[in-house]
Design a protein around this ligand. Structure first.
Ligand SMILES: *Cc1c(COP(=O)(O)O)cnc(C)c1O
Ligand code: SF4
Length: 339
């Protein structure tokens, strides 16, 4: 590692960079990323899914280690081009569950809003890597209309902001949306599924904390943390600020081969999460999306890992083992004996 490469991992100016500038300066090619980490830049292919990895996340990757569990989540691999039986472009048939632009009505009591098609990081295992995001770009007026329509449905009491990453919306837009929800008493919870506070902890701005604080409804933020190494001091601080703002924090992980497919790693993750006020919620089995087959942990192995995990931890730190099945109103969940 020479000096110029080292520089790329540290802020360019003395002033604290904003989350937007971190996003702008994110690594956007495999060769750029490999060079910054002291690895040889042998392959610059992205297999149809662009490389995107912001610096605060990349700073937690161990240099000169091609097997780093964070690196494997963001770097493309030649395995992505292999066709695998049982893996498809839209494994959950979400294209069929898209009644109005920006809305996915998949769950009965909760309405899922696709806040934006973009993410702050591109995870190579993502089940939405082929999702037609651009069709879901909605105006603010459409947003308000979607919220009003949702509030009229007597079965729905929760709005889930998903994506893409909903925290890519700026604080002003988010404040506006939450204020619109405030007007509809039938909505008692707003849940935000995001990877942004993990990827760029500076995203937890004062304005965002204000927007989430003192709401009539409960606010839940679901982190997507897969490995204990993803949690550094900045992440811990972001979680603490959300905690103080009264936000309930949960975490969901995906069980990923060579990343977190060991009971000891998952147990460490649960302990670490709890220490920063986040409760483990789901451990997902991989969605079978084409390009991600090399992350698959077979059910037989998942079962062994999960059983061992349950033995390590008190029940409240054991995430639910879950799988999404196309057409169902909830995930399928498994105990230690029925996968
Ligand atoms: C599972 C899931 C949901 C909703 O399911 P719950 O069982 O209500 O938690 C929403 N968003 C994402 C990304 C999910 O994986
Ligand atoms: S939707 Fe979630 S898992 Fe998929 S690329 Fe975006 S942040 Fe990663």
């Amino acid at each position: 590692m020479n000096d110029t490469q080292e520089l790329k991992l540290t802020p360019l100016s003395a002033a604290e960079p904003t989350w937007q500038s971190e996003l702008k300066h994110a690594y956007r090619s495999a060769s750029q990323l490999r060079l910054a980490l002291g690895l040889s830049a042998i392959d610059d292919q992205d297999y149809g899914f662009p490389i995107l990895a912001p610096r605060p996340y990349v700073s937690r990757i161990t240099k000169n280690d091609p097997t780093d569990p964070l690196l494997l989540q963001v770097i493309s691999s030649a395995s992505e081009s292999e066709e695998q039986f049982g893996f498809s472009e839209d494994p959950l048939d979400e294209r069929d569950a898209n009644p109005r632009p920006g809305v996915v009505h998949k769950y009965r009591s909760r309405q899922l809003f696709i806040a934006t098609g973009q993410c702050a990081i591109n995870c190579r295992y993502c089940f939405r890597r082929h999702f037609p995001y651009s069709d879901n770009r909605v105006s603010q007026a459409q947003w308000r209309e979607n919220i009003r329509q949702t509030a009229l449905d007597p079965n729905v009491n929760e709005i889930i902001l998903s994506g893409g990453d909903p925290l890519l919306l700026n604080d002003e837009v988010l404040t506006g949306l939450l204020s619109e929800v405030e007007r509809h008493p039938s909505i008692s919870r707003v849940r935000i599924h995001t990877r942004l506070p993990l990827v760029i902890p500076q995203r937890i701005t004062n304005a965002l904390i204000d927007a989430l604080s003192n709401r009539r409804f409960k606010v839940i933020l679901v982190w997507h943390i897969n490995h204990p190494n993803e949690i550094d001091d900045a992440v811990e601080l972001a979680a603490l600020r959300l905690h103080k703002a009264g936000v309930t924090q949960l975490n969901q992980s995906v069980l990923l081969k060579s990343v977190n497919d060991a009971a000891a790693t998952l147990a460490e993750l649960s302990e670490r999460l709890f220490s920063i006020n986040i409760l483990p919620y789901y451990l997902h089995l991989l969605d079978r999306v084409s390009g991600a087959a090399h992350f698959l942990v077979p059910d037989s192995e998942a079962k062994i890992i999960y059983r061992e995990l349950a033995e390590h931890l008190p029940g409240f730190l054991v995430p639910k083992l879950a799988r999404e099945t196309s057409g169902n109103f909830s995930k399928d969940t498994f105990g230690t004996d029925n996968l």
